[in-house]
Design a binder for this molecule. Structure first.
Ligand code: MHO
Length: 218
């Protein structure tokens, strides 16, 4: 099995967003420079032990581990505002609502300001909710790195177990690139630094180019 760098030890911060179907958000954030890992789950509500078929008042969210030296929370917020599946000014079910779950006072302050700025740009009311991050319930394995899981042979070749689907930087990056997010330049750099084998790199590169700019949504 090739030795890829699944789990890096860079210090990181967390960010949690709800902005529609979480398959798309897993890919969108995963391919960004400075995002180390992502995972999807249910959060923001009160229903105990949510699952996909019964998530109660929770929302589909993506949890992001990021290196704030490389990508700022403001950068993440920009991606947040620009990539909602169902928008943030119309009422939709809680499953897909617009939600920022902050992890510290700084994220709270920056988010409040950002919501005000977004509200100032339009006549519609911004319905995005802001709340402290509470328990995060991991979604079922089949939801993690959903785009990458379409290509089981890659998981097998790289030894990506269900656990690693949520912890591996390699899985995070490949899931984003396969969906067409990210630049070819960043891709080539990651291929090198993460030690992605040639056969997989060539395949993912084609996917990146073919899916580039395509709809990320579910
Ligand atoms: N439209 C998608 C939603 C998936 S999602 C993770 C489906 O057909 O299942 O909310």
């Amino acid at each position: 099995m090739p030795s890829v760098a699944h789990e890096a030890t860079t210090p990181f911060k967390k960010a949690t967003f709800g902005m529609g179907c979480f398959w798309a958000n897993d890919a969108l954030f995963g391919a960004q420079r400075g995002v180390l890992r992502t995972r999807v789950g249910y959060s923001g509500g009160t229903t105990p032990n949510p699952v996909y078929k019964n998530m109660g008042d929770h929302t589909e969210v993506v949890e992001i581990d990021y290196d704030p030296k490389i990508i700022s929370f403001e950068d993440l917020l920009e991606l947040f505002w620009n990539n909602h599946e169902y928008g943030f000014t119309t009422v939709i079910k809680r499953q897909y609502m617009s939600l920022i779950l902050y992890h510290d006072e700084e994220q709270k302050r920056v988010s409040e300001l950002s919501i005000k700025i977004e509200a100032g740009k339009r006549n519609d009311k911004v319905l995005t909710e802001l709340a402290p991050a509470g328990p995060f319930y991991q979604a079922e394995d089949y939801h993690q790195k959903y785009r990458l899981q379409k290509h089981q042979w890659i998981l097998e070749e790289l030894g990506i177990t269900p656990d690693l689907l949520q912890k591996s930087t390699v899985a995070t990056k490949l899931n984003g690139y396969i969906a067409g997010v990210g630049t070819p330049k960043n891709f080539e750099e990651d291929v090198k630094s993460l030690g992605i084998p040639d056969k997989i790199a060539s395949f993912v590169k084609i996917q990146l180019l073919e899916n580039e700019g395509g709809s990320l949504y579910c």
